[in-house]
Design a protein around this ligand. Structure first.
Ligand code: ADP
Length: 251
């Protein structure tokens, strides 16, 4: 138990260090991302240069992912906002547009709900970011990425369910059992094994649910991640319904 404690203290220290570094590089990264986007979409860009710009965008998006992935626990979260599933998913899909088309992945997004959910938007985007990055990794030879959303109930809560499905490699029973463990990865040096662990943490904090279904058998290989988010995280709901203090009572 003591070893586990020391280990968790070490992790906490590493986390704080990583998140302060990520925080510092996030703004310049975003600036470069926007500038590259302007270059990529400029009509006068010579076609011969396009592949270079796209490659630069892809690499940059990988750096951003690493930066945002480490920017987690120890950062003070911003205020919760009300957004639709479509807003959340489309924002992340746009970020990956270059990588998706370069990888020969066809995206089908359709949403049958416009319910607004209250959430920490950056955190939920981070979750979707991890799911989509994993889907791309699983479809090295192309495939289809499906994003869906509908109204749903879970654990007595009203909310929305977002599905992210891929026609990739699928995963073994062991991987399905272990994928939410920290540092569990099948990607050797290309993976951190932190993405889904962090994602689960974020979803739990929202009072939501994240689960996976995957198959490697025959023609129908692929993976479906199903993410439930309540209309309002329980913690936010509780603080909203707390009785307002009368200014006269506050000393
Ligand atoms: P990482 O991507 O860095 O390995 P994650 O925690 O995001 O870490 O994922 C853990 C493991 O789960 C991956 O290494 C991979 O084996 C498996 N996995 C996650 N998503 C998918 C997917 N869509 N298709 C196939 N395998 C997946």
């Amino acid at each position: 138990a003591e070893r586990a404690l020391i280990q968790s203290e070490k992790l906490a220290a590493v986390g704080r260090l990583a998140s302060s570094i990520s925080h510092e590089i996030n703004n310049p990264l975003e600036a470069v991302t926007n500038l590259l986007y302007l270059i990529a979409t400029d009509e006068v860009l010579p076609p011969s240069l396009k592949p270079y710009v796209h490659a630069a965008q892809d690499e940059l998006s990988r750096v951003s992912q690493i930066a945002t992935q480490t920017l987690r626990f120890h950062r003070q979260s911003n205020k919760p906002t009300a957004v639709t599933p479509a807003q959340l998913v489309d924002a992340v899909l746009n970020l990956f547009a270059g990588r998706l088309s370069n990888s020969g992945i066809h995206v089908e997004a359709s949403y049958s709900t416009a319910t607004k959910i209250v959430c920490f938007e950056n955190d939920i985007r981070q979750v979707l970011n991890n799911l989509i990055a994993n889907a791309i990794d699983a479809m090295r030879t192309g495939g289809r990425l499906l994003a869906r959303a509908h109204d749903a109930h879970h654990g007595g809560l009203e909310g929305v369910r977002i599905l992210v499905a891929d026609t990739g490699t699928g995963m073994s029973v062991e991987t399905q059992r272990r994928l939410f463990e920290p540092f569990y990865t099948t990607k050797d040096l290309n993976g951190t094994g932190l993405g889904l662990w962090i994602s689960k943490e974020i979803v739990d904090r929202h009072g939501g649910d994240l689960r996976v279904r995957s198959t490697q058998n025959g023609k129908m290989h692929g993976t479906v991640f199903s993410l439930f988010l309540p209309k309002e995280p329980p913690a936010v709901a509780a603080s909203n319904s707390a009785p307002l203090k009368s200014p006269a009572v506050v000393k």
